[in-house]
Design a protein around this ligand. Structure first.
Ligand code: FMN
Length: 160
């Protein structure tokens, strides 16, 4: 396999760019992620791939809960605040206000137009990331008029 062609072919996949969050007791975690997809209608499952040495990985493994905050196309600045270690300051997470999700307590970024929360059903630890399969147990739409942020539009890459 030609490594350059592998990289370019894998980077041709289309992604959104979202904020993953989790909670374990007092500990909150958050990360900007694109390796995410729906995986089943019934039950409603999603799958998300999280780097094994990320803080959010450890928190999700312990608590088995996660939430996804879908950003709008003009909210790249929010995404950029979550490509680093999580800092909680009062009612803000990396500088953005949050509230607890109703079923799991995972932090929801209040500016994100769409969100869902989920409970982990399966964990596949392989390679440098772990795939969490999780059942969606809560969801919300704050502003259906907003177009979701796409990774390609940002000029950034995570893949290859
Ligand atoms: C464009 C972009 C996409 C990313 N996508 C993912 C992803 O899908 N999964 C992942 O584990 N990390 C991804 N990351 C890396 C995390 O955002 C980053 O490691 C973050 O600091 C993790 O925070 P944590 O250690 O508090 O969990 C991505 C980074 C960038 C710049």
């Amino acid at each position: 396999m030609d490594p350059q062609e592998k990289k370019v072919a894998l980077r041709s996949l289309q992604y959104g760019l979202q904020i993953l969050t989790s909670i374990d007791g007092e500990e909150l975690a958050a990360a900007g992620v694109n390796w995410l997809s729906q995986a089943s209608f019934e039950p409603p499952l999603v799958m998300i791939s999280v780097k094994s040495d990320n803080d959010s990985h450890a928190v999700i493994k312990r608590s088995g809960v996660l939430a996804i905050n879908v950003l709008a196309e003009d909210q790249l600045e929010i995404a950029k605040a979550f490509f680093r270690t999580t800092v909680v300051d009062g009612a803000t997470l990396n500088g953005y206000r949050y509230e607890p999700a109703p079923e799991t307590g995972c932090p929801l970024i209040v500016e994100a137009p769409y969100w869902f929360e989920a409970r982990v059903t399966d964990t596949i630890e392989r390679g440098d990331h772990t795939v969490f399969v999780a059942e969606v147990v809560g969801a919300g739409v704050r502003d259906e008029s907003r177009t979701p942020l796409l990774l390609r539009a940002t000029g950034m890459n995570y893949g290859g």
